[in-house]
Write a protein that binds this ligand. Structure first.
Ligand code: 0L1
Ligand code: MG
Length: 247
């Protein structure tokens, strides 16, 4: 398995917005796939991007069913992926973006495997994640999507609040004021804190200041240009952005 070649082709696919055929990478082993992901993220860091966060994927049954997989995955977020809450987002360089509503945690203390995850949380917020698989038609094997940094492309975080019980909060996703998806934070592994515990287990430990996206509360929906996107998490508030019109 050529880790460098796989990372190079995924990096080029993202930069040129030219998808790769899924299923043909020869990647079968999740551990090798994370080595490719690390190499891919290292290329971003070498270009000046700063690591800002950690994301979990496939934490809800809706997402697992949508993508035909049955395992948690994790990826990295960088400052280049940040979308300002209430701002504009240029998605024109993406291949076939989708958006999904999430909740975000901000760590105030180091999150360690096995420790009470709630104790490390400084704040919580509603969030939106933009995913953009670098594989044609979002068709990939589990190792391939891991290698592709779990399709991470962008994320917006709404107002931070003091830690609250996120156990069963209503979640709405609206596109141009129309309801696109409705769900509950309970869809995230039964409780988003479980996603946090999983993040600690998978990452080893995570530093204060890290943003953690717990995973989608609903299926993802296609994101077109010139669209106003808003997610509302009951009790936490809203987060929104508008994609730029084509030039
Ligand atoms: O749930 C996630 O953020 C993982 C996304 C990876 C799979 C996909 O592209 O749908
Ligand atoms: Mg997600």
């Amino acid at each position: 398995m050529n880790i460098t070649a796989l990372a190079d082709s995924l990096d080029a696919a993202a930069r040129d917005a030219r998808p790769l055929p899924g299923g043909g990478s020869g990647l079968n082993d999740p551990d090798e796939a994370y080595e490719v992901q690390n190499a891919l993220v290292s290329r971003r860091v070498a270009r000046g991007e700063r690591l800002t966060g950690f994301k979990l994927g496939f934490t809800s049954l809706a997402k697992m069913r949508q993508m035909g997989v049955a395992d948690l995955i994790h990826g990295r977020l960088t400052d280049r992926m940040e979308i300002p809450d209430g701002g504009r987002y240029d998605a024109s360089g993406l291949i076939h973006p989708r958006v999904e509503p999430e909740v975000a945690f901000l760590l105030g203390d180091t999150l360690r495997p096995g420790a009470d995850p709630a104790a490390a949380v400084a704040a919580v917020a509603p969030a939106l994640e933009v995913i953009d698989s670098r594989y044609d038609g979002f068709r990939f094997s589990l190792p391939e999507v891991i290698a592709d940094n779990t399709s991470a492309a962008g994320y917006a975080v709404g107002p931070w609040s003091a830690p609250a019980d996120l156990g069963n909060l209503g979640v709405l996703l609206e596109l141009d004021g129309r309801l696109a998806q409705a769900g509950s934070t309970a869809a995230i592994l039964g409780h988003p804190l479980r996603a946090l515990a999983a993040a600690a287990r998978l990452a080893g430990s995570l530093e204060p200041g890290t943003v953690i996206l717990a995973g989608a509360a609903t299926a993802a929906v296609p994101l077109a240009s010139g669209t106003h996107v808003r997610a509302t998490v009951a009790g936490l508030g809203t987060v929104q952005f508008t994609t730029e019109e084509p030039a």
